[in-house]
Design a protein around this ligand. Structure first.
Ligand code: SF4
Length: 501
């Protein structure tokens, strides 16, 4: 019969171990690099002004410890402050990074929620280090956003009228709850458990009623772009109701601009808005300034390129790109369907040639579209041009030109031209370029540049919701995740430099 060595592990007997915390951080690992960079390449003295305890008061947990601990936790998918505190007790690597300190979870939570602006400084320093390792190309960028719920209740969302209705519903529910309890009392069911359940339910309902009532009394209805009222939220009014692939959520969009060379995030911001496209000019400006500050060398001959999906398609964004000297490739709403068509794209305004002298257009079949009238579409003046119904009815190209065959027999192809999509207009030029193979090839890279960034943050690092409330706090948390993403990209270069790889 086989005999094996005896182990004491099952007996539960304790033992003393000599642990050298420094030795727990193994060269070649993320935590080893993190431990060395924070304090050398990453200056955290920016946080010193948070502490006024030089003359009295207890010593504080050093910010370098908190930065290292939070970064390590986020890398491992731990985002709760309570669990980060636990890590310092139970995980020897976290203990080593925290220099054997055990910050209370409130200290960690406070550091994350108040560090918003200062994390921008850390983000900039990490970018400089990325540039030192030559990870930033500074040529092609892609922008997109990750739609994530935050610590805000979707139930407590609505316009003023919706919230008033909800308040009335809660009040009715509270009344019914009391009536039900009275009926039970009369029936003699006044057990301790039932009383406890009643009290708890009533407490929750009263809390909701109080919060809603206070909010409605003091609320200033939020206005959207068109000046119309949009939804407000009782728990976090800076968050927004956002349509995501999983349905409607109440939260923020974590936006990022990534560089094409190694998917380094060069600009990051969380926005409490359902319209991420409106933040494109800011994100682009910020990305260019960050790249410049990080010291990335530009190719003087080449214009930088930024790619974005149809959520960002607007005249304002195209103009912003042009003003900043960037080639802006943004897909329009029907870009995919045009590409997906078996027999090629459908003819659009840019496929017709304008004849300035006669103020008419020539279609791809060489027929004329004459000016008919001017009308307003979505508040914009729109000139209408029409082809002859007879020409379109017998045209061999009508399949690619007129949507409905029936309609073509009656009236022929029409063209609506606004100031933007008229020849020479910014949208007209853009769409024309977008139909070229060169731009389509460039645009095809958008996904490869930006999507791995969100996959890394959401899937690998487990950020499936923001755990904070308020724009500034959520933005701080998003910046921290982006910092960890960029640091992760530095590991290979760091190890190479140190001879660990
Ligand atoms: S369908 Fe009419 S407008 Fe279109 S290409 Fe033919 S003739 Fe021209």
């Amino acid at each position: 019969m086989a005999r094996y060595k005896h182990t004491e592990a099952e007996s539960g007997q304790g033992m003393f171990l000599t642990v050298n915390l420094k030795e727990q951080l193994l060269p070649g690992t993320f935590e080893y690099m993190l431990n060395e960079l924070v304090g050398t390449k990453i200056d955290v003295s920016i946080f010193d002004e948070n502490y006024q305890n030089d003359e009295k008061g207890a010593g504080a947990i050093p910010p370098r410890v908190l930065i290292k601990l939070i970064s390590y936790g986020y890398l491992k998918g731990v985002k709760s402050s309570r669990r980060l505190e636990e890590l310092c007790r139970n995980n020897v690597t976290a203990k080593a990074l925290a220099e054997d300190m055990e910050p209370h979870w409130t200290t960690i939570a406070d550091f994350i929620s108040t560090g918003g602006e200062k994390f921008k400084g850390i983000f900039a320093q990490v970018l400089m280090y990325c540039n030192e390792l030559e990870l930033i190309g500074g040529q092609d960028y892609a922008v997109d956003g990750d739609r994530l719920p935050s610590n805000a209740s979707l139930e407590m969302t609505g316009k003023r009228k919706d919230l008033e209705k909800r308040l009335a519903i809660y009040r009715r529910m509270a009344e019914k709850h009391i009536e039900k309890h009275q009926r039970r009392d009369e029936a003699g069911d006044n057990s301790e458990a039932s009383e406890k359940r009643y009290q708890e339910r009533q407490r929750k309902l009263n809390k909701k009623i109080e919060a809603l009532d206070n909010f409605i009394k003091t609320m200033k209805p939020k206005k959207g772009n068109g000046g119309k009222e949009i939804t407000s939220n009782v728990t976090d009014n800076e968050s927004a109701m956002i349509h995501s692939p999983k349905g409607y959520i109440q939260g923020y969009i974590g936006m990022a601009v990534a560089d094409s060379k190694k998917q380094i995030i060069v600009s990051a911001k969380a926005v409490g808005s359902a319209n991420e496209g409106a933040h494109f000019p800011d994100m682009l400006k910020n990305a260019l300034s960050n790249v410049e500050k990080a010291g990335v060398k530009k190719e003087p001959e080449k214009k930088p390129v930024i790619m974005a999906d149809s959520n960002y398609f607007s005249e304002e964004n195209l103009k912003a790109g042009r003003e900043l000297g960037v080639e802006t490739i943004i897909a329009d709403g029907s870009y995919k369907s045009r590409l997906g068509k078996k027999e090629g794209k459908t003819y659009r305004a840019e496929d017709f040639t304008y004849n300035e002298e006669d103020d008419n257009y020539e279609c791809p079949a060489g027929k004329k579209l004459e000016r008919t009238k001017t009308r307003k579409i979505s508040g914009r003046e729109c000139k209408l041009y029409k082809a002859d119904a007879g020409d379109c009815g017998v045209c061999p190209l009508k399949e690619k030109c007129v949507k409905s065959k029936k309609k073509s027999r009656k009236s022929g192809r029409s063209l609506s031209v606004t100031e933007n999509n008229s020849p020479g207009g910014i949208i007209h030029e853009h769409l024309k370029n977008l139909n070229t193979v060169e731009w389509q090839d460039k645009y095809a890279r958008r996904m490869q540049i930006i999507e791995p960034v969100f996959a890394n943050i959401s899937f690998c690092k487990g950020l499936n919701r923001f755990s904070l409330r308020g724009q500034e706090k959520v933005n701080g948390q998003w910046l921290l995740y982006c910092i960890v993403h960029n640091l992760g990209k530095c590991l290979k270069g760091y190890n190479k430099g140190k001879g660990y790889a």
